[in-house]
Each structure stands twice: as structure tokens, then as C-alpha cells.
Design a protein around this ligand. Sequence first.
Ligand code: NAD
Length: 386
Amino acid sequence: MAKVLLVLYPDPIDGFPPDYARDSIPVIEHYPNGQTLPTPEAVDFVPGEMLGSVSGELGLRTFLENAGHTLVVTSDKEGPDSVFERELPDADVVISQPFWPAYLTPERLAKAEKLQIAITAGIGSDHVDLAAANQKGITVAEVTYSNSIGVAEHTVMQVLALVRDYLPQHRIVLDGGWNIADAAKRSYDLEGMDVGVFAAGRIGRAVIERLAPFGVRLHYTDRFRLPSDVEEKYGLTFHDDIRSLVKEIDVLAVHAPLTDDTRGLLNDELLATMRRGAYIVNPARGAIADRDAIVRALQSGQLAGYAGDVWFPQPAPADHPWRTMPHHGMTPHTSGTSLPSQARYAAGTREILEDFFAGRDIRPEYLITKGGGYAGTGAHSYAGKK
Ligand code: NAD
């Protein structure tokens, strides 16, 4: 029987929700590319409940304990005395979320002698050292597409919030003011701008589709070019690399995974080649940006705004400079953990566990690594070559 170690973010400060703002979540038949939603044999939760925090347990306890497995749930994940670090050595399965990542460093993986599979309840498995996981033959799987559209919606919201300068205007209202000139002095229209998308995978493509009706000129780069009919439909200009892309745009949306190629990519040198007053929205991974270079570019006016929901490390310390830099619209890492997204990634995690325990193949679209190498989505998105 297996020991499953589940790391989730803490419950709401005022307690686990006794009720919710809405009675149900929207029904989705399938994902935009036709991929089916998660297909576990059953779920033991009501979609729309808080599943991603400790008391929600991703709805997994009954299923796991009825099958004789042990479930340990914690949010205590940092440092050698943390519950996570203490429970890791004899865990067969680790499940964690990008919002509250249990970093599986090479050192921790070396201690995890029994670990067979690391599941990301969400999308983006860079909190696992994938090279070390491959060396140890550990399977890494995530719930592909579970929250992609929510992240795309968050991106569109933050693009508009930055360009129109929404947050300071809302602050004026909260403060009892009516100073229109203060509100207008940094407010622009998105219409007519050049918008660039860095990586047109599931999220990047959904952002393209959602921004097209705003009357913008759309640009993108990716290691894999989109089909020509898609480029034509959205009037896309393809760029060979990000250096070419950023020179010609007013707004950059970042949707690439964090890899050796993308770490620290948004640095002083690259930012200096952008149009003065450009905006960046990055809901991909915080470490794709050079933390201090972003602060400098906002202070100098090279960037007019920066937003996103991903930081490094997570949770971000109270003194992280992105909390206080000028003209930012950051949220904590929330874009992929709306209540509907939670229902999908909880169901997808259960599907992966059912397949794993039954010795069945896990869907290729959920796989990042398997058997010592990149597999499925991982082979395309993390290791794919042009
Ligand atoms: P995806 O696998 O569908 O797409 C990733 C794309 O990136 C692929 O098209 C790939 O070819 C491209 N790519 C990879 N490396 C590149 C490089 N060096 N240069 C150019 N293109 C490159 O993934 P997705 O579902 O669209 O998610 C993208 C990323 O967004 C995830 O890896 C994750 O880090 C992040 N994410 C964040 C949240 C959140 O809550 N903020 C939620 C989901 C995903």
C-alpha cells in the first residue's frame, strides 16, 4: 500500500468556506482542442467546493483510504523540519500545486527513496527538478488543460488593467476621491496596440483568440509555428525568437514553461530593446523574469506596467520587491486555481492516481517525464526542439 504526500495551500484565514458565492460551476463539455475533461471512475467532492486548500484535500481521502493507502496532507513545506521534508523519505507519491509548490530539488529527490510519481495538481512542473527526476526514473505528471482558460482570462484582465490603469483608478474611489485627471494621466486604449505572445501553447493560443477582438495587431513566437490557417485567421506575425518579438510590441504576454532556455530571459538587456512604456503580463513563471531588472525598468519608465501572478520563490516573502514596485498589478498565484479549475485538477489528479495504482498508462497529455526521459506533453513543451 502506498503513502501519498499531498501539499496544499493553507485554508482561508477566516476558516474553510461554509458556503460559496454561486451554487454551481459552469459546465464545459471538452477543452478547446477536443481533449476530454478528466475521466476518473468517480469523485468524492462537489464541484465548486474549495478543494485546493488543506481541508479540501483535493477530495482524495475517501478514495485513497478505502483502497488501503495512507494520505498525509500538509501546507508545511519549507526547511528541514517541515512536515513535507519529514514525511518525504517513505512517500511513494507526492502531489503538490504550482500555487504552493513543494520544491523537489535534487537533494530532496535523493532523500525520497521510495518516490515513484510526482503529480502536479495544476499545470507547470518546474518545481520538480526534472533532470534529477529523469535520472531516478520518477514519473512526473500534471493535469494538462485543467486551468489553461482561466489563466488566459486572468491574462486578458491584467493586460486591460495595466493599459487602462484600472487599479489606481479603483484606489481613488476607495479613498473617496473624484480626481479624473489623476486617473487619466496614465490611461491608454488597448485598441491599435501591438501585442506579442511568447509561446503559443494552450494558454498562449487562448490569449491570442481572446485578444483578437480588441482590434490589436498580434505577434507571437514559439519553437513550433502555429498552422498557417490559424496565423491567417488572427492576422498573426510570427517572429523567430523573443528578441525579434519584443522590439515590435507594446504589450508582452508570457506563456512559456520555465526551462533552462527561459530562466532569467526578461533581463535588463532584453527589456532595453522594448518600446519605452511597454507592458508585460507574465502568468507563466516568476523566474522567467530577472526580478530586479523588472523593478529597474518600472522605476526608469522603460516599462509602463508589469503584472502576472507568478513569483519566485512561492509564497513570495513579505519584502519581495515586486510587492512594492511602481505600476504593477500582481496577484498572488491565483489565475489557475479558480473553483472550476480546482474541480478539474482534483478530478484529473484522481484519474492519474487511479491509472498509477492500477498499473495502466497515464494519458500522454498528462505526462511530463516517464521511465527516465521526457514524455507526452513534456517531450513537446519542455524538451521539444524546433
Ligand atoms: P503548453 O505546453 O500548452 O505550451 C507551452 C508552449 O511553450 C509550447 O508551445 C512550447 O513549444 C513553447 N515553448 C517552450 N519553450 C520555449 C522556448 N524556449 N521558446 C519559445 N517557445 C517555447 O503549456 P500551457 O498550458 O500553455 O502553459 C504554459 C505555462 O504556463 C506552463 O508551463 C506553466 O509554467 C504556466 N502556467 C501557469 C499557471 C498559473 O496559474 N499562473 C497555470 C497553468 C500554467
